[in-house]
Design a protein around this ligand. Structure first.
Ligand code: NAD
Length: 485
């Protein structure tokens, strides 16, 4: 098996445009660091506005041929990419661990999840169906066909460098669209390795372009305002997403937005506490807490709060923290020093306003950017910590007395991505699910992501869905043909 990359020959240090590996137009580079020890992993070409134009031009030039390829052939390329991703699982997992800091188990989980998008959309590629109906007044037939929406700009976050890329590339290619992917500047290496993989799977030049850059704002704007661009698919923070929506509006782009979350984790008094803590550890600690669907606020029935809090604190304190290349480590470093500072500030402010630190894990001394697992109790419902996306191993617990109060607390946020409900009464849990403002609900389970399911949020958590059949539709546009025969 030929490796995807060779760390000694700097395979992953260039832009991938029109099937070629090129330096940035101005020759500039930026450093990619290992957050566990601050060491230099790679110097990567720092894409410019000129490179952004070239990448969109390449995607535009490849668009017609790719769109006219039979769906079955596009499907076969995606299926080969799936097989290659499984084959190169360890190589990709190592890159993910090194550049994002997540644990080995989480990186392996990400490869499985990320590869499944390639397989799922290889199966969906042949299902871009349309419709035929007789007009209500009988004067004609109405045919609707689904066509590729066109050149798509994909922008992804650092926290799932492989899966967020395949969750967009796979449906776009299945639908017949060509793409330019701008990965997060903290984690561009996995995306570059995926470009190698897509090329080996048989993707023609220009169909997938990858443009790392630290000039995110300029490069994104140049791509979104390019006359050939037709679609933005963004995953990242709500703040950046809102600014991109404004730019995309100037070029009337179709937008799919997967934005920030603030997931409530509601535990009713009739829940099995052991099962709830087990689910809480998954919902809170998958990816070190840096997941958009991470349980961000625990809303627990007052009568069981102390038992639940103690058990959660014990489980959190027992986590093994360290460099994730040590495969027994369960919690790696935060992505950068700013993430550590943000968590420390939020916890200190919460304690100052009356919360209690029930238990903290061991603090791992530098040079890496570590934060100890932390559980906070006695949190007041108006504590600001309940209103920020923590994106790390901090679990604030607030209590409730009635179902209505639990739902009000859960919905008291502009976000609406995921929510979790634990109860021994399924009807009660389902009733609660209906009343929660969230795009996705886990009932008595802490892991909900599935490539076959529509993933996405309501309110400020986004627009559109990824995964499922819905994920394919995001890259297709209906065309209406009026026919007489
Ligand atoms: P981010 O918004 O800082 O960055 C996301 C992407 O946008 C990166 O590629 C970044 O380089 C780019 N970017 C940053 N500033 C930009 C600008 N001014 N103009 C154009 N592009 C810019 O987010 P992040 O820190 O990488 O990721 C964490 C966020 O992503 C969290 O809010 C998390 O909830 C969210 N997220 C959402 C989902 C989802 O499916 N809803 C999934 C994963 C992460």
């Amino acid at each position: 098996m030929t490796p995807l990359y060779d760390r000694s020959d700097h395979t992953l240090s260039r832009l991938y445009v029109d099937g070629r590996w090129v330096p940035a137009a101005d020759g500039g580079t930026f450093d990619v660091l290992d957050p566990a020890d601050g060491s230099l992993l790679a110097r990567v070409a720092n894409g410019t506005v000129q490179d952004a134009h070239a990448a969109v031009d390449a995607a535009a030039a490849a668009a017609a041929a790719w769109a006219s390829l039979p769906p079955r052939e596009r499907a076969e390329i995606l299926m080969s990419a799936f097989a290659l991703m499984c084959e190169h699982r360890d190589e990709l997992a190592e890159l993910i661990v090194r550049e994002s800091g997540k644990s080995w188990a989480d990186a392996q989980g990400e490869i499985t999840y990320g590869a499944e998008f390639l397989r799922w959309f290889s199966e969906e590629a042949v299902r871009a169906d349309g419709g035929l109906m007789v007009a209500p007044d009988g004067d004609k037939k109405i045919i609707s066909i689904l066509q590729p929406i066109g050149v798509s700009i994909l922008i992804t976050p650092w926290n799932f460098p492989a899966a967020m890329a395949t969750r967009k590339i796979a449906p776009a290619l299945a639908a017949g669209c060509t793409v330019v992917l701008k990965p997060a500047s903290d984690t561009p290496l996995t995306a570059l390795a995926l470009a190698v993989l897509m090329e080996r799977a048989g993707t023609p030049a220009g169909v997938v372009n990858v443009l790392p850059s630290r000039r995110s704002g300029q490069v994104a704007e140049a791509m979104l305002l390019h006359p050939a661009a037709r679609k933005l698919s963004f995953t990242g923070s709500t703040e950046v997403g809102k600014s991109l929506l404004e730019i995309a509006a100037r070029n009337v782009l179709d937008c799919s937005m997967e934005l920030g979350g603030n997931a409530p984790f509601v535990v009713f008094e009739d829940a099995d506490i052991g099962t709830a803590v087990e689910g809480a550890m998954i919902a809170k600690m998958r990816n070190g807490g840096a997941s958009c669907i991470a349980a961000n606020r625990f809303i627990v029935a007052a009568s069981i709060a102390s038992k639940f809090s103690r058990a959660l604190a014990d489980a959190m304190a027992a986590l093994r923290v360290g460099h994730a290349l040590d495969r027994s480590v369960q919690l790696g470093p935060m992505i950068n020093a700013r993430a550590v500072e943000d968590l420390a500030t939020a916890v200190a402010a919460s304690v100052a306003s009356g919360s209690t630190v029930l238990a903290t894990g061991t603090r791992t001394e530098g040079p890496g950017t570590f934060f100890p697992p932390t559980v906070l109790t006695d949190v007041s419902p108006d504590d600001p910590i309940l209103h920020v996306e923590l994106f790390g191993p901090v679990a604030p617990i607030v209590t409730f007395e009635s179902d209505t109060q639990a739902i009000e607390l859960a919905n008291a946020t502009p976000f609406g991505l995921a929510a979790y409900v634990y109860s021994g009464d399924l009807a009660r849990a389902l009733r609660t699910a209906e009343r929660l403002d969230a795009g996705m609900i886990g009932i008595n389970r802490g892991f909900i992501s599935d490539p076959a399911a529509p993933f996405g949020g309501v309110k400020h958590s986004g627009l559109g869905r990824e995964g499922g059949h819905e994920g394919l539709l995001e890259f297709l546009e209906p065309k209406y043909i009026a026919v007489e025969w």
